[in-house]
Design a protein around this ligand. Structure first.
Ligand SMILES: Nc1ncnc2c1ncn2[C@@H]1O[C@H](COP(=O)(O)OP(=O)(O)O)[C@@H](O)[C@H]1O
Ligand SMILES: Nc1ccn([C@@H]2O[C@H](COP(=O)(O)O)[C@@H](O)[C@H]2O)c(=O)n1
Length: 207
């Protein structure tokens, strides 16, 4: 098998990265082409050694919150045609789940996450770099609804985390990483023209 094409999709929390990734995946699934998705969230560090209060206070919007060494090792393995043991993460307990999932290499690997373009040592791993550029007020609104519904949070906790870490870290790390992208996508996960352009680029590259 030829070396896989690795696509990194980044942007603020709530910008539409996951939806964009899902929509891209669906476009390939219709054609029966195998695509492997990796989410940077799964590489948040395990925190079993910390009490819950300490976990709740952690800054999850700093690059050091992620085990990027493991992510890099996994990308290298997939490039060499080897399977990986993909970690799973729980947003309610703020730590890794005990079980991992065996993932096989595929011709196209799509990675999505907030800090993927903010780590210079990860940039050479990617063939295509995409930044989803969505106004922060829209990101906050979407995050508020999602975190209360799916991640076991209260409106108060989302608002206070946003002020203390999410927003300042966005300006320090994520916003500047936009300039490393090959493509900047506006209008979030439903931008059909961007999806079509990226899909046809991928198809040409893997022919
Ligand atoms: N263009 C869009 N229009 C409407 N809702 C959207 C759009 N893009 C994303 N969403 C919704 O916003 C929420 C957050 O999007 P998501 O893709 O999970 O963001 P991210 O992965 O960047 O944190 C989800 O409920 C998603 O369905
Ligand atoms: N235990 C955790 C870990 C992460 N977060 C927040 O998740 C955001 C990144 O995930 P997205 O799917 O929204 O891109 C990030 O902004 C962290 O603040 C968390 O709240 N708790």
């Amino acid at each position: 098998m030829q070396s896989p094409l690795i696509i990194a999709i980044s942007g603020a929390s709530g910008s539409g990265k996951s939806l964009f990734t899902e929509n891209l995946l669906n476009a390939f699934a219709i054609q029966g082409q195998p695509v492997q998705i990796l989410r940077e969230d799964h590489y948040y560090r395990a925190q079993d050694h910390l009490p819950m209060e300490a976990r709740e206070q952690n800054n999850y919007d700093h690059p050091n919150a992620f085990e990027h060494e493991l992510l890099k090792a996994h990308l290298q393995a997939l490039r060499h045609g080897e399977p990986i043991d993909y970690p799973h993460y729980c947003f309610k307990t703020h730590t890794r789940l005990p079980e991992t999932e065996r993932l096989n290499p595929a011709p196209v690997i799509i990675l999505e996450g907030i800090m993927l373009l903010a780590r210079p040592e990860l940039l050479p791993m990617y063939d295509v770099k995409i930044f989803i550029d969505t106004p922060l007020d829209i990101c906050l609104m979407r995050r508020m609804m999602r975190d209360v519904k799916e991640r076991g949070r209260t409106i108060e906790s989302v608002a206070s985390q946003y002020e203390s870490t999410v927003k300042p870290m966005y300006h320090e790390f994520i916003e500047p990483s936009r300039f490393t992208a090959d493509v900047v996508v506006t209008q979030g996960g439903k931008n059909q023209i961007a999806l079509d352009v990226i899909k046809s680029h991928i198809q040409q590259a893997i022919q």
